[in-house]
Design a protein around this ligand. Structure first.
Ligand SMILES: [Zn+2]
Length: 150
């Protein structure tokens, strides 16, 4: 008896397909019914954000940025619109991310730790053990270089 004509597999496949469709429908309902959170700023800030004359600011330290700037002069955070797509600038953006791992400017979460490990191993295989040693030393410490300290 082949696998395609086994009635138990057909019924099982229909049951799994029905469960997947039901879970997908529940996901859609859950997203549709999620509460809408209001903007954390007032109407004046919303109007200022919509104004094209408003200068862009660094998402890390809120320093105003000149147009065409790729990295913040104050904190070194990537602020350019296409930094991560440009092969040359991507190296510096990755460096900023990896520096944040050893300087403590990140939230201590297991997924973030996994990201640091995977990026360091995939990008810098030879130096990854040194980086992972430094990351191990800084993991679990309170953030020393947070936004408020700069
Ligand atoms: Zn900055």
């Amino acid at each position: 008896m082949s696998a395609t004509t086994d009635p138990n597999l057909v019924v099982g496949g229909c049951a799994v397909g029905g469960m997947v469709i039901f879970l997908f429908w529940r996901l859609i309902v859950w997203v549709r019914d999620a509460p809408v959170t209001p903007d954390p700023w007032d109407a004046a800030v919303a109007q200022q954000l919509a104004d094209p004359e408003t200068k862009e600011t660094c998402p890390h330290c809120s320093t105003p940025q000149e147009p065409g700037t790729w990295f913040c002069e104050h904190c070194g955070c990537a602020v350019g619109p296409y930094n991560n797509l440009m092969p040359y600038l991507n190296v510096f953006s990755e460096g900023e991310v990896l520096r944040n791992g050893v300087s403590g400017r990140f939230r201590n979460r297991p997924l973030i730790l996994a990201g640091f490990i995977l990026i360091s191993i995939s990008s810098y295989l030879v130096f990854a053990p040194v980086y992972l040693f430094c990351l191990w030393g800084h993991w679990g410490r309170p953030a020393s270089g947070t936004e408020s300290a700069e």
